[in-house]
Design a binder for this molecule. Structure first.
Ligand SMILES: [Zn+2]
Length: 109
């Protein structure tokens, strides 16, 4: 079983970095980077870095395929979180009084 996947960034193989250079003189190429599967990006820690070598490659992929990604779970209405807004007296580091606004999530479930 291989312990890597190829980066899914659509332009990964076009970035001019030395670690992408492969081949011999006269037939060199820039190659898509390997993404090593480690304890930080596999198993319980599966995340975007399981498929992308960098934030830039992830952004390139997301921007290219944003319509397909949104089609997975389209949002047709706003979501809301029930809250209470509480005003409280507080004191800053200099000892001056001020009113602090606290937003407290209300668990209605
Ligand atoms: Zn990449």
């Amino acid at each position: 079983m291989s312990n890597f996947v190829w980066c899914h960034g659509p332009s990964c193989h076009k970035s001019h970095t030395q670690d992408r250079i492969r081949g011999v003189k006269g037939s060199k190429v820039l190659r898509t980077k390997k993404v090593q599967q480690t304890t930080y990006n596999s198993g319980q820690h599966f995340n975007m870095y399981s498929y992308f070598c960098s934030q830039g490659c992830y952004n390139d992929f997301a921007n290219k395929h944003v319509r397909e990604v949104i089609a997975i779970a389209p949002r047709t209405e706003a979501l809301e979180t029930p809250i209470d807004v509480v005003k409280e007296h507080a004191r800053d580091w200099s000892g001056n009084d001020y009113m602090e606004t606290k937003i407290i999530a209300v668990d209605n479930v």
